[in-house]
Design a protein around this ligand. Structure first.
Ligand SMILES: Cc1ncc(COP(=O)(O)O)c(C=O)c1O
Length: 341
């Protein structure tokens, strides 16, 4: 595919995702100082992009987390398969697909299991290595902590290598500073107890919201830190907002302006996106309506406006590419090549 010859942000058809290269580099350096090398297992699902993953790989973060078989497949095909963890459960057709993907590529793939069915599926698909996924308090995947040892025994009996445990404390990412340390410690105590029963040398967990709190895992699974969103921005971490949506004002009302980006370009599950010096009123299919902050002037039709999403992962999954910029100049274009499932 021929990439368009873009030189400046102003050349971009809108809406378009734009990444500030300096902010991205700052975020990667900051996270790498806290979690160097393979102590960071970056989560691909946040940006679904092998070009971005390669930048992290070059910094020594060579093991990655994935959430989908598609992500595993694409990372292997890109030669980024040193040590991939499918930090998610697969059964049935998807387990078979995973097995096919692993069989035809060079690379190391470990899959999370939390039940007899997912263990049997991994064994049948000839995936060789697993982590026992333990529920540490979020009602999502993960076995009951006191079942972890039994599941590990079952996996070993099925011929699988059990590398250790994972436990994602996702319910604590946005916990307030006053109570976060105590709650993360309690969640990780559950994981460490399960680890004693399971064995292996991996204790995997954590994310951008607990990168400074979680001292108990052997590897941190974090993804959003690289590009950030306004939700994580509220935590006041050192990570900078590197991603925005470049939009155009297409209509101006009495007190409001309308942008050419809406629900189909911006994920809304964490709330409205943010417009600098503006107040977003509502977002519809292809439009965002906002008003300038008190005393501010309305933009003119044709002006460009930066929109910052509240949730980075699902916003990126709606787009085909990200445009890397140094100031206003476009210096690279990264395909979001791991979209879909
Ligand atoms: C299994 C798992 N690990 C880690 C993360 C952390 O990712 P982030 O750093 O983007 O919050 C997530 C995010 O949802 C996740 O599902």
């Amino acid at each position: 595919v021929c990439k368009p010859a873009l030189v400046n942000i102003a050349d971009l058809p809108t809406p378009a995702l734009v990444v500030d290269l300096a902010a991205f580099e700052h975020n990667v350096t900051t996270m790498g100082a806290a979690w160097p090398g393979t102590s960071l297992r970056p989560h691909v699902k946040a940006w679904k992009c092998t070009s971005l993953a390669r930048r992290l790989h070059e910094r020594g973060h060579v093991g990655f987390c994935c959430a989908t078989v598609r992500e595993i497949d694409g990372m292997l095909a890109a030669g980024l398969g040193d040590d991939l963890l499918l930090a998610n459960q697969v059964v049935g057709v998807n387990a078979k697909r995973l097995g096919d993907v692993v069989a035809r590529a060079d690379g190391r793939v470990t899959v999370a299991v939390d039940s007899d069915a997912t263990i049997d599926a991994a064994a049948a698909a000839h995936v060789e290595e697993v982590l026992v996924d333990v529920n540490v308090g979020m009602p999502r995947c993960g076995c009951a902590p006191d079942d972890a040892g039994r599941l590990a025994d079952r996996a070993r009996a099925a011929g699988l290598t059990v590398r250790g445990v994972m436990g994602y404390e996702g319910h604590l990412m946005m916990e307030g500073a006053a109570t976060k340390a105590e709650k993360v410690e309690a969640a990780m105590a559950i994981l460490l107890r399960a680890h004693e029963a399971v064995g292996g040398d991996v204790v995997s967990g954590g994310g951008t919201g607990t990168y400074a709190t979680n001292r108990w895992v052997t590897e941190l699974q974090a993804g959003s830190f690289a590009l950030m969103d306004t939700d994580y921005g509220r935590l006041g971490s050192p990570f900078r907002q590197a991603l925005h949506l470049h939009t155009t004002v297409i209509s101006v009302g009495r007190k409001w302006a309308v942008l050419d980006a809406g629900l189909k370009a911006i994920a809304m599950d964490h709330g409205n996106p943010t417009v600098a010096d503006g107040d977003v009123w509502f977002v519809s299919d292809e439009h965002t309506t906002y008003a300038p902050a008190e005393g501010g002037a309305l933009p003119r039709v044709g002006d460009h406006v930066r929109v910052v999403p509240a949730h980075v992962d699902p916003t990126i999954a709606k787009h085909e590419r990200m445009h890397l910029v140094d100031g206003e100049e476009i210096v690279d274009v990264w395909d979001i090549d791991l979209r879909h499932w």
